[in-house]
Write a protein that binds this ligand. Structure first.
Ligand SMILES: NC(=O)c1ccc[n+]([C@@H]2O[C@H](COP(=O)([O-])OP(=O)(O)OC[C@H]3O[C@@H](n4cnc5c(N)ncnc54)[C@H](OP(=O)(O)O)[C@@H]3O)[C@@H](O)[C@H]2O)c1
Length: 264
């Protein structure tokens, strides 16, 4: 199958393109650096010609409330319109577990808008909701850092490796549309403060992590189970401690290497 990965140069996208190619598919890594822009529509018609599946693993360059909403709404509308015109039979999008419980944040309001546009479109679809990536641990810490201190609520979190997210999205993309949502999550639950402490300590980061029930997660008030996936979740294999000691698999996507070389 020809499978176009919009955001195919990103963290998940580049791994996904490899995965799909390993399974013998013609996977196209599409992004602004390769002349395909889902926000402006540039290059979409050409990229989607003859495609069976489009996977959206883009992210907005800005997380400011209005900018992120414009990004996901406009980009999703453009993709779905071009897919309908090109006869694409499956739209797959990556979203986040618990999105409807995180709407205090503009980023998650934008992800919710993205999901709703997909559900309202005639293009058959699958939405994959993943939990937080292991690779995201430092971002969580950085957002909640004040001086040498990181304050986080001790709520539950069930993170997973980006490699496993890409595999899960790939399996869905290679299958039939579910016209619904699939949740994927990591094999273990942690307390948020415990996870971040483990991640920082392993990397010799001197910041002190404090469990503070009043602290917020990215500015959002969260409860014990806000970030946790439901009972039907497909669990991934990689454990955080193994990932920390072994490191993530290197990216071998030739498109990405080429783009990076061009940027140098
Ligand atoms: N972080 C988490 O823990 C987490 C958890 C669950 C789900 N997610 C979701 O996973 C998705 C992918 O995240 P990621 O970390 O892999 O993202 P990322 O590494 O930031 O990659 C973003 C990709 O989007 C592309 N892009 C940006 N603007 C574009 C445009 N106008 N048109 C086409 N492509 C565009 C980028 O292309 P260039 O390289 O050319 O700029 C890049 O390929 C996001 O939607 C996020 O919400 C994240």
């Amino acid at each position: 199958m020809k499978i176009v990965v919009i955001g195919g140069t990103g963290l998940i996208g580049s791994k996904l393109v490899n995965e799909l190619r390993e399974h013998g598919h013609e996977a196209i890594a599409a992004s602004p650096s390769s002349g395909v822009n889902s926000l402006t529509g540039e290059g979409l018609a050409d990229a989607l010609k003859g495609a069976s599946v489009v996977v959206d693993v883009t992210n907005s360059p800005s997380w400011e409330d209005a900018a992120v909403l414009t990004f996901f709404e406009t980009s999703t509308r453009n993709l779905l319109a071009h897919e309908a015109a090109a006869g694409v039979g499956h739209h797959v999008a990556l979203s986040v577990v618990g999105t409807e419980r995180l709407l205090e944040s503009g980023f998650f309001r934008a992800k919710m808008a993205q999901e709703n546009l997909i559900k309202g479109s005639p293009v058959p679809y699958s939405i994959v909701r993943a939990t937080q990536f292991f690779e995201f641990v430092k971002n969580i810490a950085d957002f909640s850092t004040d001086g040498n201190t990181v304050r986080l609520p001790p709520v539950l979190i069930q993170p997973m490796a980006a490699d496993d997210v890409a595999s899960a999205v790939g399996r869905v993309a290679m299958g039939s549309p579910v016209n619904g949502t699939v949740e994927v999550g990591g094999p273990e639950r942690f307390r948020l403060d415990e996870l971040i402490r483990l991640g920082l300590t392993t990397r010799n980061d001197p910041r002190e992590v404090i469990a503070d029930p009043q602290a917020r997660y990215f500015g959002i008030l969260v409860s014990e189970t806000t970030l946790i996936p439901g009972d039907e979740t497909r669990l991934s294999e990689t454990r955080f401690e193994n990932w920390l000691t072994q490191g993530a698999r290197p990216i071998h996507n030739p498109d990405v290497q080429q783009v990076k070389a061009q940027r140098r």
